[in-house]
Design a protein around this ligand. Sequence first.
Ligand code: YXS
Length: 259
Amino acid sequence: MALIITETQDAIGTIVMNHTARRNALSEALIGEITLALDAFREQSMRAVVLRAPAGAKVWSAGHDVGELPTGGRDPLGWSDPLRVLIRAIQEYPAPVLALIEGGVWGGACELAMACDILVATPEATFAITPAKLGVPYNLGGLLTVLNMIPLPVAKEMLFTAQPIPVAQALNLGVVNYVRPADQIETFVYALAAQMVANSPLSISVMKEELRLLSSARSITPDLFERIQGLRRVVYDSHDYHEGITAFSEKRKPRFLGR
Ligand code: YXS
């Protein structure tokens, strides 16, 4: 069963995440279909991509598929983790990717939305960054995506509370470009995409890549890298990480012991 619906029109490719039974949890299978669609759009020289859930969705995406997170002893968000692969695919796609957001955006799906170039959401949309709720040590690249989008105090609030923020706050912060009612958002997003499609694709793709390189340019020493890897290993090897994952699968609140 296809987990996405794709269409192309006027040099705009559309990907509808359509695994609604699992609230578009970003499983390896769903991510595989999305990345294949992006490859096809690149082949077809699509000059803009719209990433969305079905119209009227209450959940845009429930984030990383928790059932696919390792239960301990292995970095849950390593370089080749499907979510990391998807984030890079979006950031490296050589044209604007517009997130059309309806419903709740959870966990790693917040980073997916923030990896897009333009975010347009309905008034009901919410954003919750949830590693702390599961005991997950988010990875450096993921935190950089967040930090490039959200002022530090708000990023810390979202990361430490794991609670959703309303789209009005996201708009005030500049995380979201526009808020439009559900009955107008589709027309608005495709008109915005059409404006970009009418411009020079070469100029836009080069500027998108320049901005990606500039926003990820950070000096990090081997010592610093190894210290961070060690800190994260303590977390994903901990009782609390295993408890967070287990509690989710058992549909109960986790009991974190701080070890
Ligand atoms: O019980 P069944 O088998 O029907 O499955 C249920 C849910 O278990 C499943 N599902 C998920 N499965 C794997 N991973 C997920 N992230 C996930 N989310 C949902 O989908 C079926 C329907 O879910 P249900 O009944 O809860 O739907 P609902 O409409 O009542 O509630 C929708 C949500 C999104 C509010 C609720 O499903 C929810 O809170 N999901 C978890 C959101 C979340 O905490 N995501 C973070 C995932 S971890 C992640 O992204 C990163 C690793 S991190 O944590 O670092 O950010």
